[in-house]
Write a protein that binds this ligand. Structure first.
Ligand code: FES
Ligand code: FES
Length: 160
């Protein structure tokens, strides 16, 4: 199958990649660009482990073709920390013990980040809605939800 050359902005750096027409964004990130923080849980749009930000919106990267992303901006879990400093949601989820096996964590961090970028003080109901597509078999979600609430407070403290 012929390859298509695409350019994306990935975690603030431009990348030019040759991809077959049937390659997903998830496969491209993991297999072509070695960004293995994004996980392949179900490869069927069900679990949210592969969630990335595509032009600022959380998407299941296993359900998006790489060629559709030509010219787009993609942020993965590797792009959350800045200059060696964890994003508030990363620090909060660690502090609250919201990580057990960790397989869901990259997707949850990205979904939570997308939420906090559009709502600086989300209600618990809003947090639950934002994470509805991210399955976690380990934590029972409560620590994750507490972490998102705490991250919102930390972000507000940083901006005030
Ligand atoms: S791996 Fe994409 S939704 Fe599960
Ligand atoms: S921490 Fe194991 S699936 Fe969420």
């Amino acid at each position: 199958m012929a390859n298509h050359r695409i350019t994306i902005k990935l975690n603030d750096e431009f990348e030019m990649v040759d991809v077959p027409a049937n390659m997903t964004l998830l496969q491209m990130l993991r297999d072509k660009l070695a960004r293995t923080g994004t996980k392949n849980g179900c490869n069927a749009g069900e679990c949210g482990a592969c969630t990335v930000l595509l032009n600022g919106e959380p998407v299941n990267s296993c359900m998006v073709l790489a060629v559709e992303c030509d010219g787009a901006e993609v942020i993965t879990v590797e792009g959350l920390a800045k200059d060696g400093v964890l994003d508030p949601i990363q620090q909060a989820i660690m502090d609250h013990g919201g990580v057990q096996c960790g397989f869901c964590t990259p997707g949850i961090l990205i979904s939570a980040k997308a939420l906090l970028d559009r709502d600086s003080n989300p209600s618990e109901e809003t947090i639950r809605e934002a994470l509805v597509g991210n399955l976690c078999r380990c934590t029972g979600y409560l620590r994750i939800i507490d972490a998102v609430k705490d991250a919102a407070s930390r972000q507000q403290a940083l901006t005030n």
